[in-house]
Write a protein that binds this ligand. Structure first.
Ligand code: IPM
Ligand code: MG
Length: 361
């Protein structure tokens, strides 16, 4: 039997709760589809750091490289210095495994989930390709005269030709795959570059990298928006977008906005990818400490992260079954919302998915 070695980092807050449901779903589909997932659990989290003072050691990053994939719940603890454990675990994975694409699908499964007036599933179905290893996340910078009135803080935005072109190329390839999935008669593939190259002039490297890669894909329409305008278009005409490609921080910001178009943070999933290598999959919602321990978190983001992982691993049918089951439960109203007010417990939503998957053909 095909067996995948999966690293599992449940993390903090609602992370372990949603991970538990995601793993139930993974188990259910693997049993049906005849593959196995061998899970290796890792304790790294804010909670673990408070107990042990341990962050992710280099040898563990090496170990992760030898797995087939990593699943992450959420990292972030209110009693730990902001960002310390997030940088160690999340950026440790993204930078350590060179996961240069953060793929964030923005898809609405039921009209009532969307806060926009008169927009339905036919209008909101695009993907953000967020460059994931450079930009303002470079960690190059620091403080001078810290804590004094003369303090200086700097950070360097890093945009390399290699970093831009590989993310952009992924976006064009994705646009072609999405168009193929839509089939004949579907809209043409389109990639929109989002940047701020007017005010931040060195971002003009993105403009040239985009033009260079676009020339390899004459079948794909190209488009451009400054990031402020992109926020406006995402609300006004979300149907315009097919694939967006953008720098790290802009992608971070746009995808929280995108999550709301889908109905809430509870359903947004992502894949941190280096095609051909070990990649990492996570819901984008974070640890949400105020909801932790109550069993009210929506596990659909984590469950759809499992779907993205299976698709990446080549288990396309299992991936599709999870997405279809999720879409059906949402469309029918069995899962009324993707926030903490659905009236359904975290584990009940997981169980509904498992039972729907056991009924599906
Ligand atoms: C995300 C998160 C992270 C990011 C944080 C937790 C470092 O917001 O995955 O979107 O900024 O990338
Ligand atoms: Mg974010």
């Amino acid at each position: 039997m095909k067996t995948y070695n999966i690293g599992v980092i449940p993390g903090d807050g609602i992370g372990p709760e949603v991970m538990h449901e995601a793993l139930k779903v993974l188990k259910a589909v693997s049993a049906r589809d005849g593959f196995a997932a061998e899970l290796v659990e890792y304790p790294y989290s804010g909670e673990y750091y408070l107990k042990t003072k341990e962050l992710v050691p280099e040898r563990v990053i090496d170990e992760w490289r030898s797995l087939d994939a990593v699943l992450l719940g959420a990292i972030g603890h209110p009693e730990v210095e902001p960002g310390l454990v997030e940088r160690s675990v999340i950026l440790g994975l993204r930078f350590g495994l060179d996961l240069y694409v953060n793929l964030r699908p923005i898809k609405l499964y039921a009209e009532r989930l969307c806060p926009l007036k008169d927009k339905g599933p036919q209008d909101i179905d695009f993907a953000v390709v967020r460059e994931n290893t450079e930009g303002l996340y470079s960690q190059i910078g620091g403080h001078l005269r810290k804590g004094t009135p003369e303090e200086v803080a700097t950070v360097t935005g890093v945009y390399t030709w290699k970093g831009c072109t590989r993310a952009i190329r992924y976006a064009f390839e994705l646009a072609l795959r999405r168009a193929e999935a839509r089939g004949k008669g579907g809209r043409r593939p389109r990639v929109t570059l989002v940047d701020k190259a007017n005010a931040i002039r060195p971002q003009e490297i993105w403009t040239r990298a985009f033009a260079a890669v676009a020339a390899e894909f004459p079948q794909v329409e190209t488009d451009h928006a400054y990031v402020d305008a992109a926020c406006m278009w995402m609300i006004k005409n979300p149907e315009w977008f097919d694939v967006i490609v953008t720098a790290n921080l802009f992608g971070d910001i746009l995808t929280d906005l995108g999550a709301m178009l889908q109905g809430g943070m509870g359903i947004a999933a992502s894949g941190n990818l280096h095609p051909g290598r070990t990649s990492m999959f996570e819901p984008i919602h974070g640890s949400a400490p105020k909801h932790a321990g109550k069993g009210v978190a929506c596990p659909l983001g984590a469950i759809l992260a499992v779907s993205m992982m299976l698709d990446y691993l080549g288990e396309a049918s299992a991936a599709r079954q999870i997405e279809t089951a999720t879409a059906e439960l949402l469309a029918a109203g069995d899962i009324p919302s993707v926030d903490t007010r659905s009236g359904l417990s975290t584990s009940l939503v997981g169980n509904m998915l498992v039972s729907r998957l056991s009924q599906a053909g």
